[in-house]
Ligand binder design. Structure first.
Ligand code: ASP
Length: 330
């Protein structure tokens, strides 16, 4: 009996040691020391006539977000951890359309959408139309971790956040004068697709991919409208077999064309490279001036492609690449 107990205890100890080297897919994996992180802060009509000071602010924010994610990965963190941390940062930066600085609905309120997906096991979580959650990306992760569901919306999602111990914020917490002005212009029918949705895709040292997207949606959207960002396979998708993708642009076009899933499908079923699959979707399938995507594959190849005038974006790798950009390479 005693011997049985000893064998049992050793078994438990061994399991704990194995679990500590944590593989998101449950298998022990070596640290390859190789990682790639790609971020976006929205695609759209971004004027190159932007004042130098504003440009500088955008570059600084993108660098900050990229540094946060790069450091998580360089210190052995997982792709899921990096995605959440980067998007949490963006959700507090008023320049971007996520969290503080989210756009207004036609009713003058904010309804936020977010999703996160783990490419190792296809687990995912999403929230749509939340009005009182400072960090929708974290709520999306909690939906994944703590419920049998994938997508929670509106009051149910806000109530779930409270249940998870997240302190509710008033809807005015997301207000910024810039976005208010955009709504006023939108009402005067000066409709320009504004930008600022944020996304992050990563390959971590364990060979796992993850993707996340967080957004306030589109200025002047009808109350109740849900975009592509929280829809798995449209604005957000990750699968270790192929790639991790986060999109930004006119959500309805991304939904119609199942952008995230289709990039993955071109790679899985047609054997296309990440770059070719992304190029096909952005420049052939989507109409011009719709948006862009960031993507990474399991080898660390990455793409940041768009069919608008610009996309706030950046990439960092374990090989030392660290760059942020707004407009097309000339
Ligand atoms: N795709 C987002 C949406 O339609 C907006 C954006 O990326 O700018 O909700």
């Amino acid at each position: 009996m005693k011997r049985q107990l000893l064998v049992f205890s050793i078994g438990i100890a061994l399991a704990a040691v194995l679990a500590a080297g944590i593989p998101q897919n449950g298998r022990a994996q070596e640290r390859s020391r190789q990682f790639t992180i790609v971020i976006h802060g929205g695609a759209g009509t971004i004027s190159e006539a932007m004042p130098e000071a504003v440009k500088k602010e955008y570059y600084a924010s993108l660098k900050k977000a990229l540094t946060i994610g790069r450091d998580v990965l360089a210190n052995g963190g997982t792709s899921m951890e990096a995605v959440e941390k980067v998007l949490r940062y963006f959700e507090t930066d008023p320049k971007f359309n996520a969290g503080i600085g989210a756009v207004y609905t036609s009713a003058g309120r904010h309804e936020l959408d977010a999703a996160i997906m783990n490419g190792a096991n296809l687990k995912c979580g999403a929230v749509a139309g939340v009005e009182h959650v400072a960090h929708p990306i974290t709520l999306a992760k909690l939906v994944m971790e703590k419920t049998p569901h994938i997508l929670l919306a509106y009051q149910g999602a806000d109530a779930f956040a409270v249940k998870m111990g997240m302190k509710p914020v008033p809807n005015s917490y997301f207000d910024t004068p810039e976005r208010k002005k955009q709504l006023e212009e939108w009402m005067k029918k000066i409709k320009e697709h504004d930008h600022g949705t944020v996304g992050c895709v990563c390959l971590d040292e364990y060979g796992n991919l993850a993707a996340g997207t967080s957004t306030g949606g589109l200025t002047g959207k009808l109350p109740g409208r849900i975009g592509d960002s929280p829809l798995v396979g449209d604005g957000t998708y990750a699968n270790n077999q192929t790639c991790a993708v986060s999109g930004t642009g006119i959500g309805e076009e991304y939904m119609r064309n199942a952008v995230g899933f289709n990039i993955n499908a071109l790679m899985a079923y047609k054997g296309m490279s990440l770059k070719d699959a992304v190029y096909y979707i952005i420049h052939t399938l989507l109409k011009p001036n719709v948006g862009g995507v960031i993507a990474v594959d399991r080898h660390g190849n990455y793409a940041m492609d768009f069919n608008t005038t610009g996309m706030f974006r950046g990439v960092a790798t374990s090989a030392g690449t660290f760059e942020v950009k707004i407009w097309k390479d000339k």
